[in-house]
Design a protein around this ligand. Sequence first.
Ligand code: DAH
Length: 459
Amino acid sequence: MLLTLRVQGTRYSLRTGNCSRSRWLASNAVVEKSPPPAQPQLEVNGSTYATDSWTNVTPKILSYLGANKHLQKDHPLSIIRQRIVNYFYGAYRNQRGNPLFSVYDKLNPVVTVQQNFDNLLIPSDHVSRQKSDCYYINKHQLLRAHTTAHQVELISGGLDNFLVVGEVYRRDEIDSTHYPVFHQADAVRVVTKDKLFERNPGLELFEETWKGSLADPKLILPSSKCMDQTKQPCHTLEAVKLMEHEMKHVLVGLTKELFGPRIKYRWVETYFPFTQPSWELEIYFKNNWLEVLGCGIMRHEILQQSGVHQSIGYAFGVGLERLAMVLFDIPDIRLFWSNDSGFLSQFSEKDLHNLPKYKPISHYPQCTNDLSFWLPSDVEVDAGFSPNDFYDLVRTVAGDIVEQISLVDKFKHPKTGKSSVCFRIVYRHMERTLTQAEVNDIHKQIANASVDSFNVQIR
Ligand code: DAH
């Protein structure tokens, strides 16, 4: 195991030689029974959307829209955003000395399936599209699962150097490093042949052999050809190497800017559907290698779809919570949602290069309760019942006082054939001590809501 500190950041990757099964490669159909939608229409961000059997956003999740923690003054996520943006403003300037990059940090998180997946060449049967992984508004719209979702719309609009910062939504387990809403920054830099080969005129962006019929924008490379870490068939090696060099130089610069000039780092080859070749950058932190960002040379099909035919680009994505937890020593991801002045006032530091470390407000005791139930007949874990459905229910009922949930036991009764599951729920309030009676009451509410929603039988 490479990482002990697992903090949400970017995770849509397959490392070469590291995992046998990839989130990006595996196709894994899951049968899910969905409860009928509570209402036929949903109002999100001032727009009305039809609901259908894909709808799984909860009112609790919708309540995070517009929170904009990444824009809140003195919030650690906002400080990190500002540092990334400042770095890019400084790293790339035009001839008049103005920043080349533009920043989009208030884009609507409601995106289409096309934006979040299709435009980025994510296969139609890919696991990351599953209802158990994303918050769908309906079959065609969802809360973006990564800020990469805005690439095609922005490039199509004529942009070639931009950063997108915002919150993203993913259904996940509950622990100190996972939260259903977290923040990412994504960047794209697209350059023309003349710009790339300024100092080497005469070189070409594209292989001679590729220029003919294969240049059809509708032709998407089969996935078997996307695993080659050297380059995409269309590009020349010179173009890829120059772009790779520039990208790595800039991203190492960003890492040093954030973590200090002596930070130890390494590049690890990986796979993303939207870039080829692709890498993750890892830093050495507290005796472990910690992945901080994903990047690569943009798949040329994405540029072509966006109307850009004669350029090459690089892109990268980074998770802000992960950076902030490391930089400020913040131990629990729920703290980013705290409105406690004891938390927020710690970061009102003006000097971005002299970041304060988080001082625990206090340590309140944990309270652990188990909940076991029988699933309905013919339903099993991940076949009709997804633990993520349960985690969502718990978040809706109990909110942030749940620190952790784990599936501690599951078994099938040999006679009845029914499946039983046991979840361990750890309760802890960030700002005060919870009483046992208070915890028991919430625990009971979770049990009742599970019976109502999943038709289970409490044991
Ligand atoms: N979207 C990826 C994730 O959430 C991160 C990422 C990787 C973004 C590579 C990019 C990129 O733009 O080029 O895991």
